[in-house]
Design a protein. Structure first.
Length: 82
């Protein structure tokens, strides 16, 4: 169920908000991943940060998709040396 919600948000570039342990997190979701032990994570950028952070699925609850708020992913540009 969480994967379906996150997949919809990622493919349509919708912002999301969820409860992570005891914190409320708002983020631009980028992709879903899994580590070697089988734990699933969602990766995304939080407002006010340029870093992509990962959040563990089993600690996420109360997911809300903001269908009226879209985002554009940040692509780092490396200056070319002339």
């Amino acid at each position: 169920m969480k994967s379906d919600i996150f997949s919809e948000a990622i493919s349509n570039r919708y912002k999301i908000r969820f409860l992570y342990s005891t914190d409320i997190v708002e983020m631009d979701p980028y992709f879903i991943g899994q580590d070697r032990s089988g734990l699933k994570y969602i990766y995304g950028k939080t407002p006010g940060s340029n870093d992509v952070k990962k959040f563990e699925y089993r600690r996420i609850a109360n997911i809300k998709i903001y269908k009226n708020k879209k985002f554009s992913p940040i692509i780092p540009i490396i200056p070319l040396v002339s």
